[in-house]
Ligand binder design. Sequence first.
Ligand code: PTJ
Length: 270
Amino acid sequence: MKETRISPRHPRAESLRIRERLVEHFNSGVVTVAGLLAQGRGEAFDYLLGEKTTPNALNAMKAATALLLAAKHPVISVNGNAAALAAKNIVRLAKQVNAKIEVNLFHRSLDREEAIEKLFKKAGATQILGVGEASSAAIPEIASDRRRVDPRGILIADVVLVPLEDGDRTEALVKMGKRVIAIDLNPLSRTAKFANVTIVDNIVRAVPSLIRIVEKLRTEDKKRLRKLVDEFDNARNLSEATEMIEKRLESLAQESQKGAHLTVLEEKDA
Ligand code: PTJ
């Protein structure tokens, strides 16, 4: 398929490049149709957040890093969108915190699992859990195919990082006593609310930022890491993220009111 050329001068070039990457990986069998819809929803929230990593997200990332560094069996759970948007950085992060990477799909098929495995291996991963028969265990209370997990990975994990998730599995994992870190641009989603630590940011920015924070915090002692986790309040952080959107909408409304006023003046002048 012919590649779409995006001018670097286009005001929304980065957003368009991300979209193209998803389309490319939709064609390669990694991303599902619903994944394209999910990206659209994410883009809308990213727009409202100003398309940058906020102090609120950085705060959550510190708690997430502390959880990952203190974990005994950390696992990064990946789906089609996470693979398409962040495979290389997920591999780097997994190596840094000694985490396993497990494929866990909502729209499960062996072809997609294998395409995702291939993409991660190309990005430098040596082992990908959860592919095919490897996910022989089940987590309770989930109706979707996401209940099938790898006994070497999510089943025994104490900390699970779930980028772009659906709420049911997050809730089930938390009920099983696991600490769940979510990356979700929507602070109102069920995943965001059920997770122990929710990073309200785009996965393409969040994973590189996590890598930088892990580098900074990796020499901290266990006591300080525990303090970072204990002091983090996910409900409060989500409420702040929602307020941030509210404030940005207010300032955008004021800006567009000024714009509308100019249009009225221009019409009068004409
Ligand atoms: O690959 P599969 O089969 O496992 O399917 C994956 C999708 C994403 C289709 C599936 O998990 C799903 O349906 O997810 P939802 O319920 O649409 O939720 C996706 C959430 O991710 C939404 O809250 C979006 O706002 C958010 N989101 C979308 N794109 C991004 C994002 N969050 C962070 N970074 C993004 N780039």
